[in-house]
Design a protein around this ligand. Structure first.
Ligand code: B12
Length: 210
């Protein structure tokens, strides 16, 4: 969807409306809007785009998400408590679009979600998880330079002797299955639904053991 890059808002909104008549909202995000963002990222990497362009497309994406998708995903909410999640983008990183999508999908699927925002320290993740008696700590990271900070969360949990209290899941462009294993997280989600699927499975397993 090159229109995201061209930033023709009215044309883009029309295309999104048409797509939503045929496809599920989440598919439109994953199969059209997210790849477009990735292309913008590649252009930035090649020096064809600058920060100003990244900011612009991020604003467009957020506008589209809030206007067309958030109301739709909220509607399908079953309000059945699946568990409590504290979610945030890790310290040093201010990317929040993916994290907010994950938060919206989890909420729509019946999780109670406490969104800690961006640039969240290990200390804050752990404090908030304890404060809210959360079941899950979910972290997002798009930068390779700060992804290691996610390991500080699992370390801190171990240090406090509370690692087993939480299911720790990570995601975002800088994360991977391998990295999740490396830092001792329980799961990695390639996208919001993958994360949801894995969390449901892990929560069911944990409840069986209790
Ligand atoms: C938009 C954008 C920005 C915007 C962000 C605005 C915002 N409010 O979020 C702005 C302009 C602020 C920005 C800044 C920077 N950016 Co930037 N940015 C991007 C871009 C183009 C898109 C990111 C995005 O929103 N994608 C769309 C969403 C929907 O996808 P997503 O985040 O991946 O999320 C999905 C999945 O990953 C997953 N997911 C995400 N989190 C989680 C969490 C859990 C628990 C689970 C289960 C799943 C999950 O589910 C989501 C939905 O399906 C990416 C390119 C890319 N390939 O990602 C670069 C990119 C991430 N940025 C990059 C860079 C370098 C920067 C800067 C350092 C640039 C600079 N020189 O200042 C700064 C960093 C500032 C900081 N300290 O954080 C690099 C990172 C490279 C690297 N290896 O680390 C990238 C990859 C671009 C590139 N190819 O060079 N950026």
């Amino acid at each position: 969807m090159s229109t995201v890059e061209e930033i023709d808002i009215s044309k883009l909104e029309k295309l999104v409306e048409e797509a939503l008549e045929k496809y599920e909202p989440y598919d439109v995000i994953e199969k059209a809007l997210r790849p477009a963002m990735e292309e913008v990222g590649r252009k930035f990497e090649r020096g064809e785009y600058f920060i100003a362009e990244l900011v612009l497309v991020a604003d467009v994406f957020k506008e589209i998400f809030n206007k067309f998708f958030k109301p739709r995903v909220s509607k399908v909410s079953k309000a059945k408590p699946m568990g409590k999640v504290v979610i945030g983008t890790i310290e040093g990183d201010i990317h929040d679009i993916g994290k907010s999508i994950v938060a919206a999908i989890l909420e729509a699927s019946g999780f109670e979600v406490i969104d800690l925002g961006v640039d969240v320290s290990a200390d804050k993740f752990v404090k908030e998880a304890e404060k809210h008696s959360a079941d899950v700590i979910a972290m997002s990271s798009l930068l390779t330079t700060t992804m290691l900070n996610m390991g500080k969360v699992t370390e801190l949990l171990k240090e406090k002797g509370i690692r087993d209290k939480y299911i720790v899941i990570i995601g975002g462009a800088a994360a991977s299955e391998e990295f999740a294993r490396k830092i001792g997280a329980d799961a990695y989600g390639i996208d919001a639904y993958d994360g949801l699927k894995k969390l449901k499975k892990l929560i069911a397993e944990k409840r069986k053991q209790q």
